[in-house]
Design a protein around this ligand. Structure first.
Ligand SMILES: Cc1ncc(COP(=O)(O)O)c(C=O)c1O
Length: 476
């Protein structure tokens, strides 16, 4: 493992130590939260008690997330040093709040931006709030299971020819399935054109560990990167990091910080924040032996799945594996696994995605058990689209976000929806990339494609009762 050299100060845990000191000092709480260190929780909830004693508020000594000068400042500085950023922030409302602050902080109302069409809804919400003029770039998708990949450089170059004054490029990397693409080419090309690169790295907070993990976009020169710590690191649900790239301007940093103040709670949860400190501390202490233990645990399970007759696909991210079974849909396979107590991360048409943990060599492993799978005789697997999705390489919206907010919604049957402006994304799975975007005028080819998906019983989200389109009424 080709790790960055980790400073010995990374063994420090200022927030954890500060909370422990406070616990010793406080004899009685006359401050919020209302559970007063858990005193009014009855004993049937005893397993929560020790966590509740960490659920403090911003009393003397415990610092302020929105104006950190003490242990929270130190703790976030250690995070920034570890990731090699200009500045890093603790987020207590997931990558969702990170994407909102990053995009609003990097743009001005009316700016044109390039956006990966397969992006997360928090990115779309940020575009709407900021009233931006997005140009959606269609990503590639995998041949094997039509899962979204990334935007390719050819598409980006062509888009730049049409829109040379674009302010920012917003991409997802790695994908939910743990796949990567040559993002460094995109970053280099965009930066040469003075276009900011904002990366939703929700699924990659562990990439900073280096080989065998793919390289983080932060290390490849992105201007700002958001990571859901809770997805792949041992921190609590809702926790995330936002990193400002080393070469980014103070103006960008300050504006993103301003939006974090607007969007984040003024009562940030200390259990969430201390778990973010733990995740950084855990990574900083991650050794070659820990990596061996991590991969060994994954490989033992892979063997069990293989023995059960499943096909295994190892993603680019060593912690992500897909399992599938011939003649069975992902949903059916997930059902069989769940009956045996095995819960995966998500299913798509053909497979179940499994995410594995980072482990320390001394971690006690729960015993592995055999998995039994019943094969299907009849073919339950949704058919793949024979022709690729007919999506133009890049498109603008036909109705701006500003005008969308002043329009009313109506419904119409899919058959009659040609020419209407969709008020919801319409997304077939796989690949999970919107075929019609909210704000896009619906074309007859798109209706044909949606019908094709529906005829094959494939999942299509965004339709009302599977047959009606919600659209913006432009006459109201
Ligand atoms: C690509 C991507 N970005 C952002 C998010 C939002 O992350 P969070 O749940 O941490 O708010 C998700 C959540 O699944 C995601 O998949």
């Amino acid at each position: 493992m080709d790790r960055k050299k980790v400073d010995s100060e990374q063994h420090r845990r200022p927030l954890f130590d500060g909370l422990n000191q406070h616990k010793k000092k406080e004899k009685v709480s006359f401050h919020v939260p209302g559970h007063k260190n858990g005193m009014n929780w009855d004993e049937t909830w005893s397993s929560f008690q020790s966590a509740l004693s960490f659920d403090q508020t911003e009393v003397t000594g415990l610092d302020y997330l929105h104006d950190p000068e003490g242990i929270l400042k130190e703790s976030q500085e250690l995070l920034s040093k570890f990731y090699g950023s200009k500045k890093s922030y603790y987020l207590i409302n997931g990558s969702t709040v990170g994407n909102l602050a990053m995009i609003m902080g990097a743009t001005n109302k009316g700016d044109q931006v390039f956006v990966d069409r397969g992006c997360h809804q928090s990115v779309i919400h940020a575009l709407e709030l900021a009233e931006l003029r997005p140009v959606f770039l269609t990503p590639d998708w995998t041949e094997m299971d039509q899962a979204p990949l990334g935007v390719n450089i050819k598409n980006l170059k062509e888009a730049f020819e049409h829109y040379p004054a674009v302010k920012a490029l917003i991409v997802t990397y790695p994908t939910y399935d743990g796949m990567v693409y040559p993002i460094e080419e995109l970053i280099e090309y965009a930066r040469e054109r003075k276009c900011l690169v904002l990366v939703d790295e929700a699924h990659g907070p562990h990439l900073t560990l280096g080989d065998p993990f793919p390289t983080s976009a932060l290390d490849l020169g992105a201007d700002a990167v958001v990571q859901s710590a809770h997805k792949m690191l041992p921190s609590l649900t809702q926790t995330a990091y936002l990193h400002i790239g080393n070469q980014s301007s103070d103006a960008l940093k300050n504006k993103i910080e301003h939006y974090l103040h607007i969007f984040q709670s003024s009562s940030p949860s200390y259990p969430l924040m201390v778990s973010l400190e733990y995740a950084r501390y855990f990574l900083a202490d991650f050794t070659k032996q820990d990596l061996i233990a991590t991969l060994k645990y994954r490989d033992l399970w892979k063997k069990q799945f293989k023995k059960a007759g499943l096909t295994i696909f190892q993603s680019d991210d060593p912690l992500k594996v897909k399992v599938s079974l011939i003649n069975q849909s992902g949903e059916e396979l997930a059902g069989q696994l769940e009956e045996q107590g095995v819960f995966g991360e998500k299913t798509d048409g053909t497979s179940v995605l499994l995410t594995f943990p980072l482990l320390k060599k001394e971690t006690k492993i729960t015993e592995l058990f055999s998995i039994h799978i019943t094969q299907s005789v009849k073919n339950e697997v949704p058919k793949k689209m024979k022709t690729p999705l007919l999506i133009a390489p890049f498109v603008e919206l036909d109705l701006s976000y500003e005008r969308q907010t002043s329009s009313t919604n109506k419904q119409i049957s899919l058959a009659e929806a040609e020419g209407k402006i969709a008020a919801r994304n319409i997304t077939p799975y796989p690949p999970g990339i919107p075929l019609v975007l909210k704000g896009e005028r619906i074309k007859v080819e798109q209706i044909k494609q949606i019908n094709h998906y529906l005829d094959q019983n494939m999942r299509v989200t965004g339709l009302e009762n599977q047959k009606e389109v919600v659209f913006f009424s432009e006459n109201d």
